[in-house]
Design a protein around this ligand. Structure first.
Ligand code: FES
Length: 193
């Protein structure tokens, strides 16, 4: 999954995450968020090419919330939590999948977290984790299914946006949610639920 920005080409989610840490960029496609404590940083688009260019990007601070313990995570058994608040569509899950995943945490990079609200029309994906395919879905409304090994990209169904991925940070045995990539369904801004 990549994100286009006006006039400056494409950066992958991994590149963006490396650049801004646990903050969120603002883009024209609403993948990224504009609320809360917002500051501006400079990022390089098309690095290493003749089109390399420094451009300003807004970043937003998310709450840092303790959501689980490493020692509590059992293989392919999701744990539920809410993030970034207790508002609508804040239900989310964390799971250790046993296979390396984009944005994965832990020694095997296999721990990921995602919002449960389907990006099509907000159907709840709670309790729909499939261990054999490491996916969430099918959505009970129109059958969308999302690949949790590849940043929640759509596998099949009616949706056209990836499932918002919760950014994670580990401190000893504690796992914290620190941000979200992607816009939660039904919200104009993730932090204003
Ligand atoms: S709401 Fe999930 S596929 Fe339509």
């Amino acid at each position: 999954m990549t994100h286009e920005t006006p006039n400056e080409g494409v950066m992958s989610r991994k590149e963006i995450a490396k650049k801004v840490g646990h903050k969120c960029l603002v883009s024209r496609r609403n993948f990224l968020i504009s609320s809360g404590v917002t500051t501006t940083i400079m990022i390089t688009m098309n690095p290493g090419t003749a089109m390399a260019k420094e451009v300003p990007a807004q970043v937003t601070e998310y709450p840092r919330k303790l959501i689980a313990k490493m020692s509590d995570l059992k293989l392919d058994e999701p744990l539920d939590f809410t993030y970034p608040d207790e508002g609508e569509h804040a239900d989310s899950m964390i799971v250790r999948m046993g296979v390396k995943a984009g944005g994965g945490l832990g020694p095997d990079q296999d721990i990921v977290a995602f919002n449960y609200a389907c990006t099509h029309q907000g159907g709840s994906l709670m309790d729909s984790y499939k261990a054999d395919t490491k996916s969430l879905g099918a959505c009970p409304l129109h059958l969308s299914t999302y690949d949790l090994t590849r940043h929640g990209i759509l596998i099949s169904g009616q949706a056209y946006q990836s499932l918002p991925q919760v950014l994670l940070e580990v401190d000893g045995d504690d796992i914290y949610a620190t941000g979200i990539f992607g816009l939660i369904f039904g919200r104009k801004e993730n932090l204003h639920g």
